[in-house]
Design a binder for this molecule. Structure first.
Ligand SMILES: [Zn+2]
Length: 507
C-alpha cells in the first residue's frame, strides 16, 4: 500500500512550474492544515502569481540550495520571484499582500505590533500542526505513518480531518451553491425537451414529473428515455408518464422494441405501458426480468419521489448477445456493478455506447446500496476496450468529442469517452486501495470513508455539500458511506434485489 494518501496534483499544478516568475510556496503535502491553506491560496490566486509545491528533497534542491527539508517542514517557506526566501508569518503576510481581498491583512501584518502578534500566532499553529496531523488522512512526513498509527488514537485523526474541513468550510459552501446554480440551469434548459442527434437516429427525451423533478434539482441526475434507431431504452417511471406521453405525441417515433438496461425504478416503470401503446415487444436481461416479477417494494422515499413501478407482465423477450434495430444491430453487454442485472447497448458501426447507469461520470461518490464496485471495475475494464466515440449515460450526460454533436452545456461533455472511462477506472482503483488498506488496519468504517475523501483531493470538498445533501435527503440510501460498503460486498452471496441488501457494517 502507498503512504502517499492525500497528496495529489491540483488542476493547474503541472503548468505552474512553467509559467512566468511566480512566488513559489512550499507546503507539506501530507498535512491537512497545509493542504487546506493551499486550497484557499489557489482560490484567491486568480492571476496565477503563485505556485504551490509539496515539499520533497528533490523539489527543494531544484528551487534553491539554501532550502532545508527539516526547516521547510517546520514552517511555511516562500521563494519570491527575486529569489528572496521568506519564512513563517512573513511568508503568510507576503502572500496576503498579493491579493486584493487579503491585501490589508498582509499590509498590517508586516508592521508593528501586528507583525509580532502574527509571528506569535503562526508559531503556535506551526508548532502544534504535527500533533494534529498525525493521522492516516494526512500522514505527516515527520514520522513513519505506521509508527504514528500505533501511538495515536483516532481523536487526532478526527481533529485533523475536522480542522481541514472547517478551514475549507466557506469554499465547501460556495462550491455547493455554484453546483446548485448549475443544476438549476441545466434543469430549466432540459425541462420536457428532447435532443435529436445523428440525423434522428439517436434522440434523448428528457423526462419530468412534479416529484421526480426534485432529483435533477437537488442531485443533478436528469431522467431520460433514449430512442436509438427504433429502440426505446429505459422508458422512465409511472410518475414521468405524462412527460413521456407528450414527447411521443410530438415526435411520433417508430418504436420497434422496448428495452431496460436494469431494474431501477426510474428506468422500468413504463415498460408494459409503452409496449401496449406501441405494440413493440419488451426486451430484458434474464436477471432484470426476475427482479421485476414481482417488483420489490421500494423504500418509501424512493416510492414517493420516483414512483413504485408495477410488476412486469408477460409477454417479454430475454436479451441475447445482440438486438436488431431498424437499420442494424446493437451488441448487448452485461455490465454488473451499478447493480447486478445491468446491461449496456453498443453500436460498433456508429461507435455509440448507450451506457445506462453503467457509467455515471468519472467521479461519482454517492452510490446506492446495490452497487458492487469490484464488479463495476471489471465491467468498466471491458467497456474501456470498446471503440467508443459517443457515450450516452442514462441520466442525461453525453461524452463525446465528435463535431456533429452540437454543444449543450451541462449535457454534452467534450471529453473522449475512453478518457472518461479510464479516469473512472483510476478513481475506483484508488478507492479500492484506500478501502482495502483501511480494512486491513481494522479502521472503523467512518474513518475509512473519511480517508477516501481527503480534503486535499479537490473533488472531496467541491462535492461535499451536494453529497451530504444527497445522504440527508435519501435517508442514507445514497451516500459516501455506501461507496465504502460497495467494496466490501461478499461476492459469493446472491443478491436477489438491491433494495433488500443493507450492508454489513464492515466492522
Ligand atoms: Zn440505476
Amino acid at each position: 500500500m502507498t503512504e502517499r494518501l492525500v497528496a495529489e496534483p491540483g488542476p493547474n499544478e503541472s503548468s505552474e512550474l512553467t509559467t512566468e516568475p511566480v512566488y513559489r510556496v512550499l507546503y507539506d503535502g501530507q498535512c491537512e492544515i497545509c493542504q487546506a491553506c493551499v486550497a484557499w491560496l489557489r482560490t484567491l490566486d486568480t492571476r496565477n502569481q503563485t505556485a504551490s509545491l509539496p515539499i520533497s528533497a528533490d523539489v527543494l534542491a531544484s528551487i534553491d540550495s539554501r532550502l532545508e527539508l527539516s526547516l521547510c517542514l517546520r514552517q511555511l517557506h516562500v521563494v519570491t520571484p527575486e529569489g528572496e526566501i521568506l519564512v513563517g508569518w512573513d511568508a503568510v503576510a507576503c502572500l496576503a499582500r498579493l491579493f486584493p481581498s487579503t491585501w490589508l491583512i498582509g499590509a498590517l501584518g508586516s508592521v508593528f505590533p501586528f507583525r509580532a502578534l502574527g509571528r506569535l500566532g503562526y508559531g503556535f499553529v506551526a508548532a502544534n500542526r504535527y500533533s494534529l496531523s498525525k493521522c492516516r488522512g494526512g500522514a505527516c512526513l515527520v514520522a513513519k505513518p505506521e509508527a504514528v498509527r500505533r501511538q495515536v488514537g483516532l481523536g487526532a485523526f478526527w481533529s485533523c480531518y475536522t480542522l481541514g474541513f472547517l478551514i475549507r468550510l466557506p469554499l465547501v459552501l460556495w462550491a455547493g451553491i455554484t453546483a446548485a446554480r448549475q443544476r438549476f440551469s441545466v434543469f430549466a434548459r432540459t425541462h420536457n425537451q428532447r435532443f435529436d442527434l445523428l440525423n434522428g437516429k439517436l434522440t434523448i427525451l428528457f423526462l419530468n414529473g412534479a416529484l421526480p423533478n426534485t432529483v435533477p434539482l437537488l442531485f443533478g441526475e436528469l431522467f431520460t428515455t433514449v430512442l436509438y434507431d427504433g429502440v426505446a431504452i429505459d422508458p422512465g417511471s409511472p410518475k414521468m408518464r405524462r412527460s413521456l406521453t407528450r414527447h411521443l405525441r410530438r415526435l411520433k417515433p417508430k418504436i420497434t422494441k422496448v428495452v431496460a438496461t436494469h431494474a431501477h425504478e426510474e428506468h422500468v416503470g413504463n415498460l408494459n405501458w409503452l409496449s401496449d401503446l406501441t405494440g413493440a415487444p419488451i426486451y430484458l436481461s434474464e436477471m432484470t426480468a426476475q427482479f421485476l416479477t414481482p417488483f420489490k417494494k421500494l423504500p418509501w422515499v424512493r416510492a414517493i419521489i420516483i414512483g413504485q413501478p408495477p410488476n412486469l407482465n408477460p409477454p417479454f423477450e430475454i436479451l441475447r448477445d445482440s438486438i436488431t434495430t431498424s437499420s442494424g444491430r446493437l451488441a448487448v453487454i452485461a455490465t454488473p456493478g451499478h447493480c447486478d442485472d445491468h446491461i449496456v447497448l453498443y453500436d460498433p458501426e456508429e461507435k455509440v455506447l448507450l451506457a445506462g447507469d453503467a457509467f455515471m461520470g468519472s467521479y461519482f461518490a454517492t452510490p446506492n446500496p446495490d452497487v458492487d464496485s469490484h464488479k463495476w471495475l471489471t465491467s468498466l475494464e471491458r467497456l474501456a476496450e470498446l471503440d467508443i466515440e459517443i457515450l450516452v449515460e442514462g441520466h442525461g450526460h453525453i461524452h463525446t468529442i465528435r463535431k456533429e454533436i452540437p454543444d449543450f452545456p451541462g449535457v454534452v461533455i467534450r471529453q473522449d469517452p475512453k478518457i472518461a472511462i479510464m479516469e473512472k477506472l483510476d478513481y475506483l482503483r484508488w478507492l479500492r486501495q484506500q478501502i482495502e488498506a483501511g480494512f486491513r488496519e481494522q479502521l472503523p468504517v467512518r474513518v475509512i470513508e473519511a480517508t477516501c475523501f481527503p480534503w486535499g483531493k479537490r473533488s472531496s470538498w467541491e462535492s461535499c455539500a451536494t453529497d451530504e445533501c444527497i445522504r440527508f435527503l435519501s435517508l442514507g440510501h445514497f451516500s459516501r458511506t455506501e461507496l465504502v460498503r460497495s467494496f466490501v460486498r461478499p461476492s459469493a452471496e446472491p443478491l436477489p434485489t438491491v433494495y433488500e441488501v443493507r450492508l454489513y457494517r464492515g466492522e
